[in-house]
Ligand binder design. Structure first.
Ligand code: AMP
Length: 126
């Protein structure tokens, strides 16, 4: 039984379809570890999703099952992408939803990269 928090990986999820080119995305960056693209329903002036190329359903699954190289490649790409987009001076927010209480909609691990204005409080509900 994998430690993944959301059950087995389902190849029919929307990010799997994007990764195999079955549906389009507005690509921002790609390397051997990640694909980054604009969120279809942006919540900030900059709202980019970064996903690993490997099949991981959640942060729990990724951190338990991915190799050191995949984990390093993923997080280095997030930081490098934010730098290349010129976001470091003003700042940015990285967020990962994991499971039902966080409202994770797509069962392929991803982080959201938000920027472009003051992002306000970290959570809207306490
Ligand atoms: P989460 O709630 O963390 O699983 O976030 C999933 C995100 O994927 C949401 O912000 C959606 O707007 C976004 N999303 C869903 N379908 C697409 C798509 N086809 N292209 C880009 N973003 C998408």
């Amino acid at each position: 039984m994998p430690v993944n928090g959301l059950g087995a990986y389902d190849d029919s999820n929307v990010f799997a379809k994007i990764l195999r080119g079955a549906i389009p995305c507005r690509k921002v960056f790609e390397n051997e570890w990640v694909l980054a693209f604009h969120d279809i329903n942006p919540q900030a002036p900059v709202h980019v999703l970064v996903i690993p190329k490997g099949k991981y359903v959640s942060l729990a699954d990724f951190t338990a099952a991915a190799s050191e190289a995949e984990i390093a490649g993923f997080f280095r790409a997030v930081g490098a992408l934010a730098n290349e987009l010129g976001l470091e001076a003003a700042g940015y927010r990285v967020l990962a939803n994991m499971g039902p209480d966080a409202g994770q909609e797509v069962p392929h691990f991803h982080v959201h990269l938000f920027a472009g204005h003051n992002l306000g409080p970290m959570l809207t509900r306490r």
